[in-house]
Design a protein around this ligand. Structure first.
Ligand code: ADP
Ligand code: ADP
Length: 225
């Protein structure tokens, strides 16, 4: 008898494309945990761990946190029980060193199942990032205009305070986009060559993006359980 293959996906797309928003929706529908390296770093920052303090200066500048610590953090996250069925990576890998590390981590699992790529143009990315607000306690993601909470400044889910990430202010966003094009966008070609890439129009409203993602996943045999 063969065990069911675990499902691992990487959500690709520029900062602000909607990866986190969609990964949070799909983690419920598919029963796969979202592994967001940005969320993990922010959690460490909030708790003032050694890792959080190390990551802070890189995040504030919009640069990548060193590969060694990022990769170790993901390896550790993958040992948790909730990853038994697989996982959705959001914000990882972000450069070629991380891609190779992820391939090694998943070598015994048959590798990735699919790499959905959310396409959104730069103007829309700027509008999305500069209006993004995050819940201080649960990390839920809102937008002041496109996805506002019921009560301004308050999380619908747990009543937590909404804040703007320091790195979502215009100056840092420019560097983050530069880092994306220079270091992360070459991964699109890598995954295309491996026949894993599936483009989805990320400029549509959230529900339409979710519907397109679910359709693409179904085409590849990945369906809600
Ligand atoms: P966004 O989705 O807007 O790009 P993230 O929350 O994914 O933002 O990341 C915020 C910051 O955390 C990045 O600018 C970077 O400093 C750090 N970070 C997140 N993921 C990685 C990673 N895989 N490698 C290195 N640094 C990362
Ligand atoms: P990423 O994880 O790719 O950086 P997020 O999921 O955090 O992106 O989304 C960035 C911002 O855009 C958030 O404020 C979010 O509420 C908003 N957003 C996400 N998806 C859409 C969409 N399809 N249309 C409009 N705004 C969106």
């Amino acid at each position: 008898m063969t065990a069911n293959k675990r499902t691992f996906m990487v959500f690709m797309g520029p900062p602000g494309a909607g990866k986190g928003t969609q990964a949070r929706i799909l983690q419920e529908k598919l029963g796969l945990p979202q592994i967001s390296t940005g969320d993990l770093f922010r959690y460490n920052l909030k708790n003032e761990t050694e890792l959080g303090l190390l990551a802070k200066s890189y995040m504030d500048a919009g640069d990548l946190v060193p590969d060694e610590v990022t990769i170790r953090m993901v390896e550790e996250r993958l040992t948790r029980a909730d990853c038994a069925p697989g996982a959705i990576f959001d914000g990882f890998p972000r450069n070629l060193v991380q891609v190779v590390a992820l391939d090694e981590m998943l070598a015994d699992e048959g590798g990735l199942s699919l790499v959905p790529m959310l396409t959104v143009d730069d103007d829309e990315v700027m509008r999305r990032i500069t209006g993004r607000r995050i819940c201080r306690t649960c990390g839920a993601v809102y937008h002041v205009e496109f996805n506002p909470p019921k009560v301004a400044g308050v999380c619908d889910i747990d009543g937590g305070e909404l804040y703007q990430r320091d790195d979502d202010k215009a100056d840092t966003v420019k560097n983050r986009l530069y880092v994306y094009y220079k270091q992360t966008s070459p991964l699109v070609g890598y995954y295309f060559a491996k026949e894993l890439l599936a483009e989805v129009d990320g400029s549509q409203p959230p529900a339409a993006v979710t519907a397109d993602l679910l359709a693409v996943l179904a085409e590849h045999g990945i369906a809600p359980g």
